[in-house]
Design a protein around this ligand. Structure first.
Ligand SMILES: Cc1cc2nc3c(=O)[nH]c(=O)nc-3n(C[C@H](O)[C@H](O)[C@H](O)COP(=O)(O)OP(=O)(O)OC[C@H]3O[C@@H](n4cnc5c(N)ncnc54)[C@H](O)[C@@H]3O)c2cc1C
Length: 437
Protein backbone atom coordinates (compact mmCIF):
# COMPACT_ATOMS: atom_id res chain seq x y z
CA UNK A 1 0.00 0.00 0.00
CA UNK A 2 1.29 3.48 -0.90
CA UNK A 3 2.76 5.49 1.95
CA UNK A 4 1.83 9.17 1.99
CA UNK A 5 3.72 11.36 4.43
CA UNK A 6 2.67 14.94 5.10
CA UNK A 7 4.95 17.35 6.96
CA UNK A 8 2.77 19.91 8.76
CA UNK A 9 -0.51 19.41 10.59
CA UNK A 10 -2.07 22.77 9.69
CA UNK A 11 -5.16 23.35 7.58
CA UNK A 12 -3.46 22.47 4.27
CA UNK A 13 -1.77 19.24 5.42
CA UNK A 14 -4.81 18.02 7.33
CA UNK A 15 -7.22 18.82 4.48
CA UNK A 16 -4.95 16.89 2.11
CA UNK A 17 -4.94 13.90 4.51
CA UNK A 18 -8.73 13.94 4.96
CA UNK A 19 -9.37 14.01 1.22
CA UNK A 20 -6.74 11.38 0.43
CA UNK A 21 -8.50 9.17 2.95
CA UNK A 22 -11.89 9.81 1.30
CA UNK A 23 -10.43 8.84 -2.06
CA UNK A 24 -8.07 5.98 -1.18
CA UNK A 25 -6.89 3.35 1.21
CA UNK A 26 -3.31 4.67 1.32
CA UNK A 27 -1.25 4.64 4.47
CA UNK A 28 -1.23 8.27 5.68
CA UNK A 29 1.09 9.87 8.27
CA UNK A 30 1.11 13.53 9.33
CA UNK A 31 4.21 14.81 11.12
CA UNK A 32 4.46 18.10 12.96
CA UNK A 33 6.88 19.43 15.53
CA UNK A 34 4.51 22.07 16.89
CA UNK A 35 1.54 20.22 18.35
CA UNK A 36 0.05 16.76 18.84
CA UNK A 37 -3.15 17.70 17.07
CA UNK A 38 -4.36 20.02 14.34
CA UNK A 39 -5.67 23.26 15.82
CA UNK A 40 -7.13 26.42 14.34
CA UNK A 41 -4.31 28.94 14.15
CA UNK A 42 -6.81 31.71 13.48
CA UNK A 43 -8.42 31.03 16.87
CA UNK A 44 -5.22 31.46 18.93
CA UNK A 45 -6.22 35.01 19.85
CA UNK A 46 -9.48 33.84 21.43
CA UNK A 47 -7.60 31.54 23.80
CA UNK A 48 -5.60 34.44 25.23
CA UNK A 49 -8.74 36.58 25.33
CA UNK A 50 -10.50 33.90 27.39
CA UNK A 51 -13.23 33.12 24.85
CA UNK A 52 -12.16 29.50 24.43
CA UNK A 53 -9.72 26.94 25.83
CA UNK A 54 -6.85 25.73 23.68
CA UNK A 55 -8.51 22.29 23.41
CA UNK A 56 -11.56 23.95 21.85
CA UNK A 57 -9.42 25.15 18.93
CA UNK A 58 -9.11 21.54 17.72
CA UNK A 59 -11.64 21.00 14.94
CA UNK A 60 -11.62 17.20 15.40
CA UNK A 61 -11.99 14.90 18.39
CA UNK A 62 -8.83 12.90 19.24
CA UNK A 63 -10.62 9.72 18.07
CA UNK A 64 -11.08 11.19 14.57
CA UNK A 65 -7.54 10.31 13.55
CA UNK A 66 -7.56 6.63 14.42
CA UNK A 67 -11.09 6.25 13.07
CA UNK A 68 -9.88 7.64 9.75
CA UNK A 69 -6.58 5.76 9.88
CA UNK A 70 -4.47 8.91 9.79
CA UNK A 71 -1.30 8.42 11.85
CA UNK A 72 -0.08 11.46 13.75
CA UNK A 73 3.55 11.86 14.73
CA UNK A 74 4.93 14.72 16.80
CA UNK A 75 8.49 15.30 15.60
CA UNK A 76 10.65 17.77 13.71
CA UNK A 77 11.83 16.69 10.29
CA UNK A 78 15.47 17.60 9.77
CA UNK A 79 16.12 16.51 6.20
CA UNK A 80 14.52 14.83 3.23
CA UNK A 81 16.74 12.10 1.79
CA UNK A 82 15.00 12.09 -1.57
CA UNK A 83 17.33 9.48 -3.17
CA UNK A 84 16.08 6.94 -0.62
CA UNK A 85 12.57 8.41 -0.26
CA UNK A 86 13.13 8.86 3.45
CA UNK A 87 12.78 11.57 6.07
CA UNK A 88 15.41 12.05 8.72
CA UNK A 89 13.81 13.25 11.95
CA UNK A 90 15.56 15.40 14.59
CA UNK A 91 15.55 12.37 16.93
CA UNK A 92 17.55 10.34 14.38
CA UNK A 93 14.62 8.22 13.25
CA UNK A 94 14.12 7.50 9.54
CA UNK A 95 10.69 7.37 7.97
CA UNK A 96 10.04 6.22 4.43
CA UNK A 97 7.48 7.58 1.99
CA UNK A 98 6.20 6.92 -1.51
CA UNK A 99 4.82 10.43 -1.86
CA UNK A 100 5.70 13.38 0.34
CA UNK A 101 3.65 16.55 0.84
CA UNK A 102 5.33 19.56 2.44
CA UNK A 103 2.80 21.74 4.24
CA UNK A 104 5.23 23.52 6.53
CA UNK A 105 3.41 26.87 6.79
CA UNK A 106 4.99 30.27 7.49
CA UNK A 107 7.32 31.92 9.96
CA UNK A 108 7.15 35.49 11.32
CA UNK A 109 9.46 38.00 9.64
CA UNK A 110 12.36 39.46 11.53
CA UNK A 111 14.44 42.20 10.00
CA UNK A 112 17.58 42.06 12.11
CA UNK A 113 16.43 44.81 14.48
CA UNK A 114 18.92 45.31 17.32
CA UNK A 115 17.37 43.63 20.37
CA UNK A 116 14.91 41.46 18.44
CA UNK A 117 15.99 38.34 20.34
CA UNK A 118 15.73 39.81 23.83
CA UNK A 119 13.55 38.22 26.46
CA UNK A 120 10.08 39.74 26.17
CA UNK A 121 10.25 40.08 22.38
CA UNK A 122 8.30 37.62 20.24
CA UNK A 123 6.09 37.00 17.23
CA UNK A 124 2.64 35.45 17.18
CA UNK A 125 2.37 32.36 15.04
CA UNK A 126 2.71 29.14 17.00
CA UNK A 127 1.13 27.45 19.99
CA UNK A 128 4.47 28.07 21.74
CA UNK A 129 4.20 31.79 20.97
CA UNK A 130 0.84 31.82 22.71
CA UNK A 131 2.28 30.05 25.76
CA UNK A 132 5.18 32.51 25.89
CA UNK A 133 2.82 35.47 25.62
CA UNK A 134 0.81 34.09 28.51
CA UNK A 135 4.01 34.08 30.61
CA UNK A 136 5.36 37.47 29.49
CA UNK A 137 2.16 39.43 29.37
CA UNK A 138 -0.38 37.75 31.64
CA UNK A 139 -1.77 41.03 33.02
CA UNK A 140 -1.07 44.74 33.37
CA UNK A 141 0.82 44.50 36.63
CA UNK A 142 3.51 42.28 35.09
CA UNK A 143 3.33 43.91 31.66
CA UNK A 144 2.74 47.61 32.17
CA UNK A 145 3.14 48.61 28.54
CA UNK A 146 3.37 46.67 25.28
CA UNK A 147 4.60 47.70 21.85
CA UNK A 148 3.42 45.94 18.71
CA UNK A 149 5.55 46.45 15.61
CA UNK A 150 4.04 45.89 12.16
CA UNK A 151 0.64 46.85 10.88
CA UNK A 152 -0.93 43.73 9.40
CA UNK A 153 -3.70 41.39 10.46
CA UNK A 154 -1.63 39.63 13.11
CA UNK A 155 -0.45 42.98 14.52
CA UNK A 156 -3.95 44.27 15.06
CA UNK A 157 -4.97 40.92 16.57
CA UNK A 158 -2.09 41.07 19.02
CA UNK A 159 -3.00 44.65 19.94
CA UNK A 160 -6.59 43.55 20.58
CA UNK A 161 -5.42 40.58 22.66
CA UNK A 162 -3.22 42.71 24.92
CA UNK A 163 -5.91 45.36 25.15
CA UNK A 164 -8.39 42.69 26.34
CA UNK A 165 -6.17 42.29 29.43
CA UNK A 166 -6.02 46.06 29.97
CA UNK A 167 -2.40 46.28 28.91
CA UNK A 168 -1.73 49.67 27.27
CA UNK A 169 -0.49 49.17 23.70
CA UNK A 170 1.56 51.34 21.37
CA UNK A 171 1.20 50.10 17.80
CA UNK A 172 4.03 51.09 15.42
CA UNK A 173 3.08 51.02 11.76
CA UNK A 174 5.61 51.87 9.08
CA UNK A 175 2.95 52.82 6.51
CA UNK A 176 1.24 56.20 6.59
CA UNK A 177 -2.14 54.45 6.92
CA UNK A 178 -2.94 51.15 8.64
CA UNK A 179 -2.77 48.27 6.07
CA UNK A 180 -2.44 50.60 3.09
CA UNK A 181 -0.33 48.01 1.27
CA UNK A 182 -3.58 46.06 0.91
CA UNK A 183 -6.49 48.49 1.22
CA UNK A 184 -7.40 51.77 -0.49
CA UNK A 185 -6.73 54.75 1.78
CA UNK A 186 -10.45 55.37 2.15
CA UNK A 187 -10.84 51.95 3.82
CA UNK A 188 -7.69 52.37 5.90
CA UNK A 189 -9.08 55.50 7.48
CA UNK A 190 -12.04 53.51 8.88
CA UNK A 191 -9.57 51.16 10.54
CA UNK A 192 -7.21 53.90 11.75
CA UNK A 193 -10.11 55.55 13.56
CA UNK A 194 -11.45 52.29 14.92
CA UNK A 195 -8.08 51.16 16.32
CA UNK A 196 -7.57 54.54 18.00
CA UNK A 197 -11.15 54.54 19.32
CA UNK A 198 -10.23 51.37 21.25
CA UNK A 199 -7.53 53.25 23.09
CA UNK A 200 -4.59 51.86 21.10
CA UNK A 201 -1.75 54.36 20.70
CA UNK A 202 -1.49 53.94 16.91
CA UNK A 203 1.63 55.56 15.45
CA UNK A 204 1.60 55.77 11.66
CA UNK A 205 4.62 56.31 9.41
CA UNK A 206 7.17 55.24 12.01
CA UNK A 207 9.93 52.63 12.02
CA UNK A 208 11.42 50.69 14.87
CA UNK A 209 15.10 51.54 15.28
CA UNK A 210 16.15 49.44 18.23
CA UNK A 211 14.83 47.42 21.15
CA UNK A 212 16.73 48.28 24.35
CA UNK A 213 17.57 45.82 27.07
CA UNK A 214 17.65 46.14 30.85
CA UNK A 215 20.54 44.74 32.90
CA UNK A 216 18.88 41.29 33.00
CA UNK A 217 18.67 41.00 29.20
CA UNK A 218 14.98 41.76 29.13
CA UNK A 219 13.28 44.31 26.93
CA UNK A 220 13.12 47.72 28.58
CA UNK A 221 12.08 50.10 25.80
CA UNK A 222 11.92 50.67 22.07
CA UNK A 223 13.36 53.54 20.09
CA UNK A 224 11.59 55.08 17.12
CA UNK A 225 13.86 55.77 14.13
CA UNK A 226 12.25 58.98 12.88
CA UNK A 227 12.00 60.87 16.17
CA UNK A 228 14.41 59.11 18.52
CA UNK A 229 11.54 58.76 20.98
CA UNK A 230 12.05 56.08 23.62
CA UNK A 231 8.93 54.16 24.63
CA UNK A 232 9.35 52.14 27.85
CA UNK A 233 7.75 48.69 27.62
CA UNK A 234 7.87 45.16 29.02
CA UNK A 235 6.78 43.39 25.89
CA UNK A 236 7.42 43.81 22.16
CA UNK A 237 5.35 41.91 19.59
CA UNK A 238 7.00 41.60 16.19
CA UNK A 239 4.25 41.21 13.60
CA UNK A 240 5.80 42.55 10.42
CA UNK A 241 4.31 39.87 8.17
CA UNK A 242 5.17 36.23 7.61
CA UNK A 243 7.28 34.34 5.05
CA UNK A 244 7.02 30.76 3.83
CA UNK A 245 8.77 28.22 6.10
CA UNK A 246 11.20 26.73 3.59
CA UNK A 247 14.18 25.66 5.69
CA UNK A 248 13.46 21.92 5.41
CA UNK A 249 13.14 22.18 1.61
CA UNK A 250 16.33 24.27 1.39
CA UNK A 251 18.22 21.63 3.40
CA UNK A 252 17.07 18.95 1.00
CA UNK A 253 17.81 20.16 -2.52
CA UNK A 254 14.30 21.35 -3.33
CA UNK A 255 14.06 24.51 -5.41
CA UNK A 256 12.90 27.54 -3.47
CA UNK A 257 12.53 31.24 -4.03
CA UNK A 258 10.40 33.07 -1.46
CA UNK A 259 8.48 29.81 -1.04
CA UNK A 260 8.89 26.20 -2.16
CA UNK A 261 8.54 26.37 -5.93
CA UNK A 262 5.67 24.30 -7.33
CA UNK A 263 3.66 24.08 -10.54
CA UNK A 264 -0.13 24.08 -10.65
CA UNK A 265 -0.14 20.39 -9.60
CA UNK A 266 1.92 21.36 -6.52
CA UNK A 267 4.87 19.34 -7.82
CA UNK A 268 8.32 20.47 -6.72
CA UNK A 269 11.45 19.86 -8.81
CA UNK A 270 11.91 16.48 -7.06
CA UNK A 271 9.81 13.47 -8.06
CA UNK A 272 6.98 12.56 -5.68
CA UNK A 273 7.54 15.63 -3.48
CA UNK A 274 4.81 18.26 -3.39
CA UNK A 275 4.22 21.48 -1.44
CA UNK A 276 0.93 23.17 -0.46
CA UNK A 277 -0.39 25.90 1.83
CA UNK A 278 1.51 28.94 3.07
CA UNK A 279 4.90 27.44 2.20
CA UNK A 280 4.19 26.93 -1.52
CA UNK A 281 5.01 29.40 -4.28
CA UNK A 282 3.38 28.90 -7.66
CA UNK A 283 5.52 29.17 -10.76
CA UNK A 284 2.52 28.79 -13.11
CA UNK A 285 0.23 31.76 -13.66
CA UNK A 286 -2.97 31.12 -11.68
CA UNK A 287 -6.44 32.11 -12.92
CA UNK A 288 -8.36 35.15 -11.62
CA UNK A 289 -5.18 37.06 -10.81
CA UNK A 290 -4.49 34.82 -7.81
CA UNK A 291 -1.11 35.40 -6.21
CA UNK A 292 1.83 33.03 -6.30
CA UNK A 293 1.96 32.86 -2.47
CA UNK A 294 -1.25 33.08 -0.45
CA UNK A 295 -0.78 32.74 3.29
CA UNK A 296 -4.46 32.42 4.16
CA UNK A 297 -6.59 29.69 5.65
CA UNK A 298 -9.08 29.21 2.80
CA UNK A 299 -6.34 28.89 0.18
CA UNK A 300 -4.57 26.22 2.24
CA UNK A 301 -7.82 24.28 2.44
CA UNK A 302 -8.41 24.48 -1.32
CA UNK A 303 -4.84 23.41 -2.02
CA UNK A 304 -5.27 20.41 0.31
CA UNK A 305 -8.44 19.35 -1.49
CA UNK A 306 -6.84 19.70 -4.90
CA UNK A 307 -3.64 17.83 -4.17
CA UNK A 308 -5.60 14.88 -2.78
CA UNK A 309 -6.96 14.34 -6.30
CA UNK A 310 -3.50 14.26 -7.85
CA UNK A 311 -2.03 12.03 -5.15
CA UNK A 312 -4.83 9.50 -5.63
CA UNK A 313 -4.36 9.32 -9.40
CA UNK A 314 -6.67 12.01 -10.79
CA UNK A 315 -4.08 14.63 -11.77
CA UNK A 316 -5.80 17.96 -11.16
CA UNK A 317 -4.44 21.50 -11.59
CA UNK A 318 -5.05 24.11 -8.91
CA UNK A 319 -7.70 26.46 -10.24
CA UNK A 320 -8.79 28.74 -7.42
CA UNK A 321 -11.87 30.84 -8.06
CA UNK A 322 -12.12 34.53 -7.33
CA UNK A 323 -10.10 35.89 -4.44
CA UNK A 324 -11.97 36.32 -1.18
CA UNK A 325 -11.00 36.83 2.40
CA UNK A 326 -12.40 37.98 5.70
CA UNK A 327 -11.01 39.25 8.98
CA UNK A 328 -12.01 41.15 12.08
CA UNK A 329 -10.41 44.37 13.32
CA UNK A 330 -11.64 44.73 16.90
CA UNK A 331 -15.42 45.08 16.28
CA UNK A 332 -15.31 45.69 12.55
CA UNK A 333 -15.80 42.72 10.26
CA UNK A 334 -14.06 42.96 6.92
CA UNK A 335 -14.85 40.98 3.79
CA UNK A 336 -13.35 41.19 0.34
CA UNK A 337 -14.39 39.56 -2.94
CA UNK A 338 -12.52 39.96 -6.21
CA UNK A 339 -9.85 42.66 -6.39
CA UNK A 340 -9.92 46.08 -4.77
CA UNK A 341 -6.41 47.47 -5.00
CA UNK A 342 -4.48 49.66 -2.64
CA UNK A 343 -3.28 53.03 -3.88
CA UNK A 344 0.19 51.57 -4.36
CA UNK A 345 -0.87 48.56 -6.42
CA UNK A 346 -3.84 50.02 -8.33
CA UNK A 347 -3.63 49.29 -12.05
CA UNK A 348 -4.37 52.14 -14.44
CA UNK A 349 -7.74 50.66 -15.51
CA UNK A 350 -9.18 50.32 -11.98
CA UNK A 351 -11.53 52.93 -10.58
CA UNK A 352 -13.13 52.83 -7.15
CA UNK A 353 -16.38 54.02 -5.57
CA UNK A 354 -16.66 54.55 -1.83
CA UNK A 355 -19.39 54.78 0.74
CA UNK A 356 -18.88 55.39 4.43
CA UNK A 357 -21.40 55.57 7.28
CA UNK A 358 -21.38 58.92 9.06
CA UNK A 359 -19.79 57.52 12.27
CA UNK A 360 -16.94 55.95 10.24
CA UNK A 361 -17.60 52.41 11.53
CA UNK A 362 -19.00 51.03 8.29
CA UNK A 363 -17.89 51.35 4.71
CA UNK A 364 -18.00 49.83 1.27
CA UNK A 365 -15.59 50.18 -1.64
CA UNK A 366 -16.37 48.81 -5.09
CA UNK A 367 -13.86 48.65 -7.89
CA UNK A 368 -14.50 48.48 -11.63
CA UNK A 369 -12.73 48.55 -14.93
CA UNK A 370 -12.98 52.04 -16.40
CA UNK A 371 -12.65 50.70 -19.97
CA UNK A 372 -15.64 48.35 -20.05
CA UNK A 373 -17.29 49.24 -16.70
CA UNK A 374 -17.15 45.63 -15.43
CA UNK A 375 -17.25 45.01 -11.70
CA UNK A 376 -13.86 43.95 -10.28
CA UNK A 377 -14.37 43.60 -6.55
CA UNK A 378 -15.78 44.83 -3.26
CA UNK A 379 -14.51 45.53 0.27
CA UNK A 380 -17.02 45.77 3.09
CA UNK A 381 -16.44 46.98 6.64
CA UNK A 382 -19.04 46.43 9.35
CA UNK A 383 -21.55 45.10 6.81
CA UNK A 384 -21.95 41.44 5.89
CA UNK A 385 -22.51 40.42 2.29
CA UNK A 386 -22.97 37.05 0.60
CA UNK A 387 -19.92 35.40 -0.87
CA UNK A 388 -21.72 33.27 -3.48
CA UNK A 389 -23.54 36.29 -4.95
CA UNK A 390 -20.31 38.22 -5.63
CA UNK A 391 -18.65 35.08 -6.92
CA UNK A 392 -21.44 34.69 -9.46
CA UNK A 393 -21.35 38.37 -10.45
CA UNK A 394 -17.61 38.18 -10.98
CA UNK A 395 -18.05 35.05 -13.12
CA UNK A 396 -20.75 36.79 -15.14
CA UNK A 397 -18.59 39.91 -15.50
CA UNK A 398 -21.51 42.06 -14.42
CA UNK A 399 -21.35 45.78 -14.96
CA UNK A 400 -20.67 48.01 -11.98
CA UNK A 401 -24.06 49.66 -12.45
CA UNK A 402 -25.90 46.32 -12.30
CA UNK A 403 -23.97 45.32 -9.19
CA UNK A 404 -24.91 48.52 -7.38
CA UNK A 405 -28.54 48.28 -8.48
CA UNK A 406 -28.79 44.67 -7.27
CA UNK A 407 -26.78 45.09 -4.09
CA UNK A 408 -29.81 44.13 -1.99
CA UNK A 409 -29.48 40.56 -3.38
CA UNK A 410 -26.08 40.30 -1.72
CA UNK A 411 -27.27 41.38 1.72
CA UNK A 412 -26.60 38.87 4.48
CA UNK A 413 -29.74 37.96 6.47
CA UNK A 414 -31.46 41.33 5.94
CA UNK A 415 -34.18 40.33 8.42
CA UNK A 416 -31.61 40.22 11.26
CA UNK A 417 -29.27 43.07 10.35
CA UNK A 418 -30.02 46.73 9.74
CA UNK A 419 -29.80 47.44 6.03
CA UNK A 420 -27.71 50.27 4.63
CA UNK A 421 -28.23 49.20 1.05
CA UNK A 422 -30.51 52.08 -0.08
CA UNK A 423 -28.08 54.65 1.23
CA UNK A 424 -25.09 52.84 -0.29
CA UNK A 425 -26.83 52.53 -3.65
CA UNK A 426 -27.77 56.18 -3.91
CA UNK A 427 -24.27 57.40 -2.96
CA UNK A 428 -22.49 54.97 -5.26
CA UNK A 429 -24.79 55.52 -8.25
CA UNK A 430 -24.41 59.28 -7.93
CA UNK A 431 -20.60 58.98 -7.75
CA UNK A 432 -20.62 56.56 -10.68
CA UNK A 433 -22.64 58.81 -12.91
CA UNK A 434 -20.33 61.73 -12.06
CA UNK A 435 -17.21 59.70 -12.87
CA UNK A 436 -18.57 58.13 -16.06
CA UNK A 437 -19.90 61.40 -17.48
C1 LIG B 1 -2.41 34.76 14.66
C2 LIG B 1 -2.84 34.38 13.26
C3 LIG B 1 -4.09 34.75 12.81
C4 LIG B 1 -4.49 34.42 11.52
N1 LIG B 1 -5.74 34.79 11.10
C5 LIG B 1 -6.16 34.45 9.85
C6 LIG B 1 -7.47 34.80 9.40
O1 LIG B 1 -8.25 35.44 10.11
N2 LIG B 1 -7.84 34.40 8.14
C7 LIG B 1 -7.01 33.70 7.33
O2 LIG B 1 -7.39 33.34 6.20
N3 LIG B 1 -5.76 33.35 7.74
C8 LIG B 1 -5.32 33.71 8.97
N4 LIG B 1 -4.05 33.38 9.38
C9 LIG B 1 -3.19 32.61 8.45
C10 LIG B 1 -3.55 31.12 8.50
O3 LIG B 1 -3.62 30.72 9.82
C11 LIG B 1 -2.49 30.36 7.73
O4 LIG B 1 -2.57 30.75 6.37
C12 LIG B 1 -2.69 28.85 7.81
O5 LIG B 1 -2.82 28.42 9.12
C13 LIG B 1 -1.51 28.15 7.15
O6 LIG B 1 -1.77 26.79 7.14
P1 LIG B 1 -0.67 25.76 6.64
O7 LIG B 1 -1.31 24.42 6.73
O8 LIG B 1 -0.10 26.17 5.34
O9 LIG B 1 0.53 25.87 7.69
P2 LIG B 1 0.62 25.94 9.26
O10 LIG B 1 -0.70 26.10 9.92
O11 LIG B 1 1.66 26.93 9.59
O12 LIG B 1 1.15 24.49 9.65
C14 LIG B 1 2.46 24.10 9.33
C15 LIG B 1 2.96 23.16 10.40
O13 LIG B 1 4.15 22.53 9.92
C16 LIG B 1 5.05 22.43 10.99
N5 LIG B 1 6.41 22.27 10.48
C17 LIG B 1 7.14 23.17 9.75
N6 LIG B 1 8.36 22.67 9.47
C18 LIG B 1 8.41 21.45 10.06
C19 LIG B 1 9.41 20.45 10.15
N7 LIG B 1 10.61 20.61 9.58
N8 LIG B 1 9.12 19.34 10.85
C20 LIG B 1 7.92 19.16 11.43
N9 LIG B 1 6.94 20.07 11.38
C21 LIG B 1 7.17 21.19 10.70
C22 LIG B 1 4.86 23.74 11.72
O14 LIG B 1 5.40 23.64 13.03
C23 LIG B 1 3.34 23.87 11.70
O15 LIG B 1 2.76 23.21 12.76
C24 LIG B 1 -3.63 33.69 10.67
C25 LIG B 1 -2.36 33.33 11.12
C26 LIG B 1 -1.97 33.66 12.41
C27 LIG B 1 -0.61 33.25 12.88
Amino acid sequence: MKKIVIVGNGISGVTAARHIRKLSDYHITIISGESDYFFSRTALMYVYMGHMKFDDTQPYEPSFWSKNRINLKKAWVKKIVSEDKQLLLENGELLSYDKLILATGSKPNKFGWPGENLEGVQGLYTKQDLELLEKTAPNNSICKHAVVVGGGLIGVELAEMLHSRHIPVTFLVRETNFWNGVLPDHDCSILNDHIKAHGIDLRLGVNLKEIHSDRMGRVESVEIAETGEIIPCNFVGLTAGVSPQISLAQNSGIETHRGILVNQFFETNLTDIYAIGDCAEQTDQLPNGRRSIEAVWYSGRMMGETIAQTITGNKTPYKPGHWFNSAKFFDIEYQTYGWVSSLRSKPEHELQLHWKYHDNTKGVTLSYNKNDLTFLGINTFGIRMRHEVFNQWLNEKKSIEQVIEQLDKAQFDPEFYKSYVNEIQSVLLATLSNSVL
